[in-house]
Design a protein around this ligand. Structure first.
Ligand SMILES: [Zn+2]
Length: 136
């Protein structure tokens, strides 16, 4: 897609600080970095979200994510690393081309996660698990 910013990065039409690329993936520095070393790992094909990935792309993106995370740890030595991935506007996806944030963290860096735990009863967990199993 010519108007997709990540497709344009893959095509070399706009600059990016590329860390790694292979047949299926590209990893580059996030221009909106939260902390130094913040990278994005994207599939090279225009795939909007996780639901469109084939198994080969899914495996490739996780392999690249783990690889650059290890390099981040050994080179920049963050206190921790978050992997973030969003699918759909309701999940706060803003660029609709599948990508994973590899986000180095520092103690006290101001990044906040809001995780409103609801602790559903076991029956509710089992019902959801059964529905998902049936869809596999
Ligand atoms: Zn794209």
């Amino acid at each position: 897609m010519a108007t997709c910013v990540f497709c344009r990065i893959v095509a070399g039409e706009i600059p990016a600080s590329v860390v790694h690329q292979d047949e299926h993936t590209i990893a580059f520095m996030d221009i909106g970095s939260v902390n130094p070393g913040h990278m994005l790992v994207a599939v090279k094909a225009h795939v909007e979200n996780v639901f469109g990935l084939d198994d080969l792309q899914a495996a490739a993106v996780m392999r690249t994510t783990a690889r650059v995370a290890r390099a981040l740890k050994s080179s920049i030595a963050p206190d921790g690393v978050n992997l973030f991935q969003a699918n759909g506007a309701a999940a706060e996806q803003t660029v609709f081309h599948f990508h994973v944030h590899v986000l180095p963290r520092r103690v006290g860096d101001g990044m906040k996660l809001v995780w409103p735990v609801k602790n559903p009863p076991r029956e509710e967990l089992e019902a959801a698990a059964a529905r998902i199993r049936a869809a596999l």
